[in-house]
Design a protein around this ligand. Structure first.
Ligand code: PMP
Length: 311
């Protein structure tokens, strides 16, 4: 999907024109994948927009940077304010927001100390990631997720997405919409860019952080909603075959939001339609982000926008 451009990008404290947001080919990030980033949605609200869990996303960016010894030089408050500034300046809602921090031009050796940090925040219109409402047909990937103590899964680092690309491309080539990766011990991990939830016997299961998953903010939101709705929730290592015998399965993520899985490896999940627990969580999630239910967890940061652009 080609990117739809917007007028401004935030760069190291200033708003600059989209077409001026360029870097040198010898920047460290180009050679070694030295970046950390976020993906955030801003939802249309009855008045203006609401950025979903902005503080948690920018805290995760700071956490990812800390793991990689990157000094961003901006506080959480400054970074969240920068997101609001760029969304308001561009006036595009609903939108997807992409903050990225990386090692810039300076050193060419692997040791990045001495390269300047560059931070950019862009936003642009973006619709559904997995198209359609009929659920996704997915496979178990032949690629494993990142092994413990190699690439840290809790850091949302650009380099991790080389693994995601292998999973995603393989799924696409074989006619699936997405792949689910196992961890290096053979337990369920996550999709190329989504956390995984299963339902069996009325209990909601998701894979824990120790199975090489990103600590997803949508995942956390669904766990919060499920607990509040009285749905039993279990975070534990799950064997692959749970995918084939569960009653319901769904992905969560900023891009996919809450998307049910219709089949895994061509085996129908339940009867292939969205199950009752997934449906209830899907509704609870969308009611809040669309401003139809009270924002009781303060998940939305208001932004003032001049115009709303449909995606
Ligand atoms: N896992 C991976 C690998 C991801 O890239 C994402 C998307 N950020 C997720 C899970 C879901 O995380 P979130 O709900 O915070 O978008």
């Amino acid at each position: 999907m080609p990117i739809e451009t917007t007028p401004n990008i935030w760069h190291n404290g200033d708003l600059i024109p989209w077409e001026k947001a360029n870097i040198h080919v010898m920047s460290h990030v180009i050679h070694y994948g030295s970046s950390v980033f976020e993906g955030i949605r801003c939802y249309k609200q009855p008045e203006g927009g609401g950025v979903f869990r902005l503080t948690e996303h920018m805290q995760r960016l700071l956490d990812s940077a800390k793991i990689y010894r990157m000094e961003l030089g901006y506080s959480l408050e400054q970074l969240t304010a920068a997101v609001v500034d760029v969304v308001e300046a561009n006036g595009v809602v609903p939108c997807y927001i992409r903050p990225i921090a990386f090692r810039g031009y300076g050193e060419i050796g692997v040791n990045p100390i001495g390269c300047p940090m560059e931070i950019y925040i862009a936003n642009f219109p973006w619709g559904k990631y997995v198209p359609g409402n009929d659920g996704a047909d997915v496979c178990v990937s032949s690629w494993n997720r990142l092994a413990p103590n190699t690439m840290p899964s809790m850091a949302k680092a650009g380099a991790n997405y080389m693994n995601s690309q292998l999973i995603r491309m393989e799924a696409g080539v074989n006619g699936y919409q997405e792949g689910i990766a196992l961890d290096t011990n053979g337990y369920l991990s996550e999709g190329s860019g989504e956390n995984l939830f299963l339902v069996r016997g009325g209990t909601l299961y998701t894979t824990p952080l120790a199975n090489s998953v990103l600590s997803g903010i949508t995942r956390d939101s669904i766990l919060t909603l499920a607990r509040q709705m009285g749905i039993p929730v279990v975070e534990q290592a799950l064997p692959r075959e749970m995918l084939y015998i569960c009653d319901e399965a769904f992905f969560t993520g900023t891009a996919v939001e809450v998307t049910h899985l219709r089949s895994v490896d061509r085996i129908l999940v339940g009867d292939g339609t969205i199950g009752p627990i997934t449906k209830a969580l899907h509704k609870a999630f969308f009611d809040i982000v669309n401003g139809l239910a009270p924002d009781r967890y303060n998940w939305l940061t208001p932004v003032k926008v001049r115009e709303a652009v449909a995606v």
